[in-house]
Structures are given as structure tokens and as C-alpha cells.
Design a protein. Sequence first.
Length: 397
Amino acid sequence: MKCITCGEQYGLDEIIYTCIKCGSTLEIVCRPDVSKDIFNCRKSTMWKYKEFMPVDESKIVSLEEGGTPFCKCQNLGDKLGIELYVKVEGSNPTGSFKDRGMSVGITKAVELGVNTVGCASTGNTSASLAAYAARAGKRCIVLLPSGKVALGKLAQAMFHGAEVLSVNGNFDEALETITALALEGQLYLLNSVNPFRLEGQKSIGFEVVDDLGWKSPDRIILPVGNAGNISAIWKGVKEFHEAGFIEDLPMMTGIQAVGAAPIANAVRNGKNSIEIVTNPETIATAIRIGAPVSAQKALRAIYESNGMAETVTDDEILDAQKLLARTEGIGVEPASAASIAGLIKLVENGEVDKGEQVVCIVTGHLLKDPNTAINACVEPVEIEASVEALSKIINPR
């Protein structure tokens, strides 16, 4: 483990979340000397790339995560004038990309011999952690901001046996609280400040270039909340580039909601640090975060890749959510639709060129937030149970 700011190094067996020397975030240095041919004929899960995962292979805790659909979206792509692919992370076992990171994180917890794991969450992290903790036989503690978590995610965490605590505060306050307990050794923290989490999530980048026939797209667009995913995917693509598996690199493009946009604001002003949003607000609960712990990594990914960041309104998110479902049959939660909303805005503004090959990451399943989906639709039309009544609806005259 290496500090991204001062370069201080730590052993992989140390329970540590940030640099002791300067307080900055850590990342894993992973450079295996392998040929991409070793991936041939392996099962299509993220562990297909196990040589790039810095954990003990004999202790892997998995629910067959990864290997998610990579859908070419011809209808929407033609409408926007680009070559569009959507990576559907809602097809992971608990319905979001978080399963990738949690598989590696819980595997590390098994290696370290810890008994209790925990997280603060806007929903998806808690759902995933609860499932993987159950799989590994670990006690699981979850802190959720009161009244700010979608029903589908809360139900998952509770049903998998997590001890769920509702905090009178926002996500950032919940994370600060549980981090203090982790630093006291009361639990092993598995938020994205834990560098092993991002080692699993970087496999999205592996799969994107593999899915494209060992080449990089022009651009990868994804929602940004706590900012672990954009930095993780960039790390994964870079590792394959450094290994000689691909020649080019993508422009990393992060999308945030207008009411929770510390990273987009920093990029817009050319800054290398963020200003915390004290009261983040958006219908996209998964990215309702004002103090992202991986902000520095995310900014580095955007700047290094010659990428960009953009903001979208809640209305734009909801419109994009419905558009993706009704033109491509892909149902996603609101935060996921931020990537599509951002793409549409960037195309309209001329920031994305016609003909670009773009991959949008959609991070969570539609049923993660069923209430928002229901509220976006009209009530079913009631009719009599007769052929005549049905015929009048199908063929009105």
C-alpha cells in the first residue's frame, strides 16, 4: 500500500485506511508479470483477472460477481450520433457494482482474521456488505443516514442480517462516526476509503477493454458520489495499459447531481482539491455525498486522462432513467441514470464528438429505488375483465 500524496509505503497485512504520515488516501500497487492469454477460457466473473487482485486466492469470498452485461445501445447511440455501450452493473449479485469491491474487501477481512466488519452507506454499500459478510460468517454493522436511503437497499441490508443503525445526520457524518470506531479497532471498515475495495471495482475497467476486444473506448462516463469508482476504473485500465494489453486510454468523465457536486465544481474551476458540500441533496440517493473520501483520486483520474466532469439536475436524471428503460430496455436506479443524463448534456454542448465510442457505467438496478420508479409512472388503467373493454383500449375509435 502506498500513499498517493507523500509516497509512504505500508505492508498489505496492516489494518490501515489512510496514510499515518500525512493523512492522505492509500492505493495498492499491483503489477503482475503475466500475459493476457492466461484469461482465455476462464469463467466470466471478475476473478477471471485474479492475478491483479492483491489477496490470497485460497480465501476468496465470492458470489460470482462481475462479468456483467456489456450492451451496445444502438437506438440511443444513433439518436446521439455516437457508438454507445452500457455496462450494466445492476446485474451483480446484490444489484450494484459494490459487489466487486466487497468481494475483495471481505476476502481481505478473512485474511486478516477480523470478526466484525462495518460501513456507512447511502444504501448500495450496506446491501453488498451485508450479503458478503453473511457469506463469510462475519458480524456486520451498518450506519445509514436517517430517512435518506431507498427502500430496496435498506431491505437488502436488513434481510441479510446486518445490524442496521439509523443516524440522525447525513452520509458524511455517518462515515466520520464509523471511521472513528474502525480506528479504535472495533471493526474493519469497508467503505471505499479502504484501498482493497477499489481493487475489486477496478475490474470494471478490465472488463470494458476485454469486452471491446482489448482496446480502450474513447470515453468512460459514470456517476460520481464517494468517488471510488471513477478512480478504480481508471486504475484498472491503466494497469492493463502498463501491462501492454491495450494501446490507448479513455477520457474519464464523472457526472454529479447539481446538489451534490464537489468534484464537478473543482474540475470546473481547475482545482486540485474540493470544497465540501455541507448539505448535499438530490433524488439520486447513491450519489448524495458532499465530502467524497476518494476525491483526490477522482480528480487525479480526470486530469490524468484528459477527462472532464459535469453536473445534471434531478429532472435530467429522471428523464434519462426513463429514456434508457424505454429505448434500450435497461432499468437503472436514479444515480445510475446520471451517467446517461450527463452524456446527453455533453453531446448537446458539443463536448462529446459525433462518432465517439462511449461506455456509460450504470451502477445499480432499477429496483434499488422502487418508489422513485413507481412515482415516475402513471397509475394502471382499470377496465372490466372483458374482450370488449380491452379491445377499446387497444383499438380506440
